[in-house]
Design a protein around this ligand. Structure first.
Ligand code: MG
Ligand code: MG
Length: 256
């Protein structure tokens, strides 16, 4: 895709619809978050999500999404070294697992895209710190999403914060514009150079999604052709919000 050409500016009315989609997506992820505990399967989490989305008159965006094979589920659910695109199924969560859940909702023609990571039961201090750093990296990135700033300002702030803890951000997986399509321009890496890249303007809607890796910058895709893991098996985490750029404060769409 031509990321630069596919930047679509939304009207206030369109952003209102995206906010509705975002609220449904938030409620879906809240229901999943409440269900995360040792003993539940990743497939059961997926069922919960699909039910909440459909109960709101919305549709799961990931289900059937084109890729190496059409994506088979509502959520992506990743454990520990799995960073993104993990397929839910029979696996059972264990005490201490780091669980990353990503979800997309289509409502009235617009997509909301959001993700979080959380622990199943009690987690180690290492997991706890990674969760806190990654969530904070998202907040820091969002705070830079004001009109007049550039994509590089957002990525640089995320990368600097994450690397101050010795963690890594992947190079191949990035944030993106979101709207009628789940993936629109601009591409928004979690790294960058201040003052560089496309300028943010009012009406841009972006899914910002810092991913972090404890031990390496390198990832690989498993034989299922979807699941992305750290090459060294070290922990990873992922947080994401869909956010509208305004002439004032960034407007987070995927919240209550
Ligand atoms: Mg996502
Ligand atoms: Mg996304």
């Amino acid at each position: 895709m031509n990321w630069t050409r596919n930047v679509v500016i939304k009207s206030k009315e369109e952003i209102k619809i995206m906010r509705d989609a975002g609220r449904i997506n938030f409620r879906t992820l809240q229901a999943v978050k409440e269900a995360i505990k040792p003993g539940i399967s990743t497939g059961e989490l997926d069922k919960i999500a699909e039910t909440v989305i459909r109960d709101h008159g919305a549709e799961p965006v990931f289900l059937g999404y084109p890729g190496p094979t059409p994506y088979p589920a509502t959520l992506t659910v990743c454990l520990n070294e799995e960073m993104v695109h993990g397929i839910p199924g029979k696996r059972i969560l264990k005490e201490g697992d780091l669980v990353s859940v990503d979800c997309g909702t289509l409502y009235n023609g617009f997509v909301a895209d959001s993700a979080f990571s959380a622990g199943a039961g009690e987690v180690s201090e290492e997991v706890q710190q990674l969760l806190e750093v990654t969530e904070r990296a998202l907040e820091i990135g969002i705070s830079k999403m004001v009109s007049g700033n550039r994509i590089g300002d957002v990525g640089a702030a995320i990368q600097e914060y994450v690397s101050s803890f010795g963690y890594f951000v992947p190079q191949e997986y990035t944030g993106h514009g979101v709207g009628r399509q789940m993936h629109e321009g601009p591409q928004v890496p979690n790294y960058g150079t201040r003052g560089k890249g496309i300028e943010l303007v009012e009406g841009m809607t972006i899914a910002l999604e810092p991913m972090t890796l404890v031990g390496t910058i390198r990832t690989k895709v498993l034989a299922d052709r979807w699941t992305v893991v750290s090459v060294d098996g070290s922990l990873t985490a992922h947080f994401e919000h869909s956010v509208a750029v305004t002439n004032g404060k960034p407007y987070v769409l995927t919240t209550e």
